[in-house]
Write a protein that binds this ligand. Structure first.
Ligand SMILES: *Cc1c(COP(=O)(O)O)cnc(C)c1O
Length: 382
């Protein structure tokens, strides 16, 4: 077995695709330690700086003190805590839906939702070509027919949708914000096409939640549309861990009965539930966090553009600098780390060849001066 592993790893290495983990230390925030370097952290999803927020940490502690370290089992056996239900009520209220159901991760929420909504070859899932890997896996696991449309192109969705007449259930799934490019799905144009073809619409808004829209409700609020099901994440802007599905009461009951990634796994422990509940309060009370985050992202985008980088389609807090070569991306990333900035290098095949990039994700707590520092460093490194 070790020989198989060695051969496969060597093959990845030969193509410049070997991945490795980095060692991160320090309280979550704008500055952290990565592989022994003090850095500005621009590679995380702690967008609203809530992961280290005292009120959020207190929420985690109080939930643990009251209920212990673990849910102790599946939500369907002994692990359905009052804390879960309280958080779900608050999330439904925030999302403006009848109900919400917490899953252990966003990956598992996508598996559960898509395999429930589409459950065999009579059903069809229509998926944007750049959707998150967990959606791709969920499509496969559903055993439904899968049709892919060109990224964020309503006219291509129309072309695909026109060929779906014979299917029992038709499901459109799209990310709200695209994690590699930072562009926001044009939901205002995609949804009318879906509606005209009687498709159920699911939006995975992992990056949009808490960031986009007047109330921070995400890409749907920004686009002025309502999806049938919205999947939100507790581990990104909310600074905790886990995910939820905002939906009708009957769909919630359906998921509890059918979604295997909900049924056959342990419920979320008290600490992240308490943290998410507290984070939601801060998020609702302090809209300036998302305003500031988007200002920093705009400053970064403008600065990198001025320094000669192509920032592509980005219009959110995710800002890529497209470099176009795996080796160059990794060299830039390492050089930046050594000089106090950590941003993630993203290589082919995670993105198309020729568009390899550094991906920056600032958080609201970065100061304008720190953003300038990042821009100046990358201007020099270029
Ligand atoms: C991060 C992310 C997920 C996965 O969420 P986890 O809670 O980390 O499993 C799913 N979909 C999208 C679009 C994401 O960005």
């Amino acid at each position: 077995m070790d020989a198989w592993a060695r051969a496969d790893l060597d093959a990845l290495d030969a193509r410049g695709l070997l991945r490795r983990t980095r060692r991160v230390e320090g309280l979550a925030g704008p500055r952290m330690r990565v592989d022994g370097h003090d850095v500005l952290m621009l590679a995380g999803s702690n967008y609203l700086d809530l992961a280290g927020h005292p009120e959020v940490l207190r929420g985690a502690r109080e939930a643990s003190d009251a209920a212990g370290g673990a849910a102790g089992g599946s939500r369907l056996i002994n692990g359905n805590l009052a804390l879960h239900e309280e958080l779900e009520a608050a999330l439904a209220c925030f999302a403006g839906t009848e109900a919400a159901l917490v899953f252990s991760t966003g990956y598992m929420a996508n598996l559960g939702v898509l395999t429930t909504l589409a459950s065999g070859p009579d059903d069809v899932i229509v998926s944007d070509e750049l959707n998150h890997a967990s959606i791709v896996d969920a499509c496969r696991l559903s055993r439904a027919e899968v049709r892919v449309f060109r990224h964020d192109r309503p006219e291509d969705l129309e072309r695909v949708a026109a060929g779906l007449a014979g299917f029992r259930r038709r499901v459109l799934i799209t990310d709200g914000v695209y994690s590699m490019d930072g562009d926001v799905a044009r939901l205002g144009e995609l949804l009318p096409v879906a509606r005209a073809h009687e498709m159920t619409v699911v939006v995975d808004d992992a990056h949009g939640l808490g960031v986009l829209g007047e109330q921070g409700r995400g890409a749907c609020e920004l686009g002025g549309v309502e999806a049938d099901v919205v999947i939100g994440n507790l581990g990104k802007a909310l600074g905790s861990f886990g995910a939820y599905v905002a939906c009708s009461s009957v769909v919630r009951e359906w998921l509890i009965n059918r979604a295997r990634s909900f049924i056959f796994t342990c419920g979320l422990p008290p600490a992240p539930v308490g943290a998410a509940r507290a984070a939601l309060r801060v998020l609702e009370r302090e809209p300036e966090r998302r305003k500031q985050l988007l200002e920093r992202a705009e400053q970064l985008r403008a600065g990198l553009g001025d320094a000669g980088y192509d920032t592509g389609r980005s219009s959110s807090q995710i800002v890529p600098a497209i470099v176009g070569d795996n080796a160059r991306v990794m060299a830039l990333c390492e050089a930046a780390l050594g000089r106090g900035v950590y941003a993630q290098g993203i290589r082919f095949p995670s993105v198309p060849a020729g568009t390899e990039r550094i991906r920056f994700t600032p958080i609201c707590a970065h100061t304008p001066g720190q953003i300038d520092q990042v821009v100046e460093l990358f201007r020099e490194l270029r």
